[in-house]
Design a protein around this ligand. Structure first.
Ligand code: GDP
Ligand code: MN
Length: 392
């Protein structure tokens, strides 16, 4: 689960990590009130920051530094409501519905700090780099030595000597080392306590008067642990999520949007992966995958269909189901009902196996509807790729 920068900074502040003073604003009026308050309390300038669940906002025009309240108002007007396009939003961008208004910082250096789980090492890894303010993926690809890492033993946690090693690697001044160690310890504690899966401070800055601040913060929570954190669950902003993914989650369906034109209905994550692969292998490209899970009922199947069909890119539907707990006849009934109710215009290719497969096939045949049946997964994949091309 992703959260906004302003929410992430609230969490950091609770762990004693220094963040610039600032507040969220949902409207232009609120932005002006916050801006005036900050200026009255000693801010020398204001930063207007778009709050969306994607990085790269600065480059896309979603972060602007203002010297006066009038200028801040001008920027807030521009940014609030804009379709902000960054390398993480996709070409259509993301609508900005909230701003963070902050005091400016007198930046001396822009550095990077991050914590992620390294699955291969089965440990958390704390990363630090002098190359802050840039895309860390780019740094990792071009100059991997520019990222210094400390692997954290889960039994003893992040150790002060590790923080010191990272602080020295960043070239911090001797007078900044102790504060940097506390800063990093705060980040680590926040990460562990909230069951995060990622925490990034980019940039982590030093100021001209030698202070340290988290100028930006990104936190992702581990969805599998979110049930342990009622208060964190409330930070979810559904407006930032794909509407079809939200709709699917209401019906306990696992839907992931992709870029291609073949909709996929499968049961089980393993079969979903295999289906993605085999579509690509056959020369096609999946529009999404929708996992109806082990024991879907007829209503869920219909619901799943409705979700698949509301994606305008879909040119054909591939139903790849292995009937276990979900019996093939139940699935077939659901598909027939949905195809009738929803007036499906794109071709539907099915590959069915498992419990009650014969009954299932009979239901499809007797329906009078025009389904295409694949004998094997490969055969069905070839048929659906051809169908998607044909109905273009
Ligand atoms: P991102 O582009 O989504 O990662 O957004 P950031 O919060 O990292 O902001 C992008 C860039 O804006 C930072 O790397 C800074 O260079 C700049 N920036 C952000 N806040 C301030 C500030 O208070 N003062 C100045 N001068 N620049 C800032
Ligand atoms: Mn950033």
């Amino acid at each position: 689960m992703k959260i906004h920068e302003y929410q992430a900074k609230d969490i950091l502040a609770k762990y004693g990590v220094a963040v610039p003073r600032g507040e969220v604003a949902n409207t232009l009026d609120e932005a002006i009130i916050v801006g005036k308050r900050l200026l009255a309390n000693g801010a020398t300038g204001l930063v207007v920051k778009a709050q969306i669940h994607a990085g790269g906002r600065g480059k896309g025009g979603g972060v602007k530094v203002a010297k006066t309240i009038d200028q801040a108002e001008e920027y807030a007007k521009q940014i609030l409501g804009m379709q902000l396009i960054t390398h993480q939003t996709g070409p259509q961008g993301q609508k900005v519905q909230r701003l963070l208004i902050e005091e400016t910082a007198a930046i001396d250096r822009e550095l990077y700090l991050g914590i992620v789980l390294d699955r291969a090492a089965a440990k958390l890894v704390f990363m630090a780099s002098k190359a802050g303010g840039m895309e860390i993926e780019e740094v990792a690809a071009k100059d991997p030595d520019a990222i210094v890492k400390a692997y954290i033993d889960p039994a003893i946690g992040f150790q002060p000597y590790q923080a010191r090693k990272l602080a020295f690697a960043l070239g911090l001044k001797p007078t900044q080392i102790n504060e940097a160690v506390k800063f990093m310890q705060g980040l680590y504690n926040a990460f562990v306590d909230t069951d995060s899966s990622l925490l990034e401070i980019n940039p982590f800055i030093t100021t001209k008067d030698d202070k340290l601040f988290a100028l930006d913060c990104k936190i992702n929570f581990d969805d599998n642990a979110i049930f342990r954190h009622k208060e964190l669950k409330e930070l979810r902003d559904i407006a930032e999520e794909d509407p079809l993914e939200v709709e699917a989650s209401k019906f306990a369906l696992n839907y992931i949007k992709l870029d291609g034109n073949i909709a996929c209905m499968v049961n089980g994550a393993g079969l979903a992966m295999a289906t993605m692969d085999i579509i690509q292998y056959a020369g096609g490209s999946p529009a999404n995958f929708l996992d109806v899970g082990g024991g879907a009922n007829q209503q869920q199947i219909e619901q799943a269909f409705a979700i698949l069909l509301s994606d305008r890119n879909v040119k054909a539907i591939f139903i790849n189901i292995f009937g276990g707990i979900l019996r093939v006849d139940v699935l077939a009934n659901g598909v027939v009902q949905a195809a009738k109710n929803l007036d499906v215009k794109v071709p539907i290719v099915l590959r069915l196996e498992g419990t009650n497969v014969e009954e299932g096939r009979k239901i499809l045949k007797d329906s009078g509807l025009n389904f295409i049946v694949g004998e094997t997964m490969q055969d069905a994949a070839a048929k659906v790729v051809a169908a998607a091309k044909g109905s273009n």
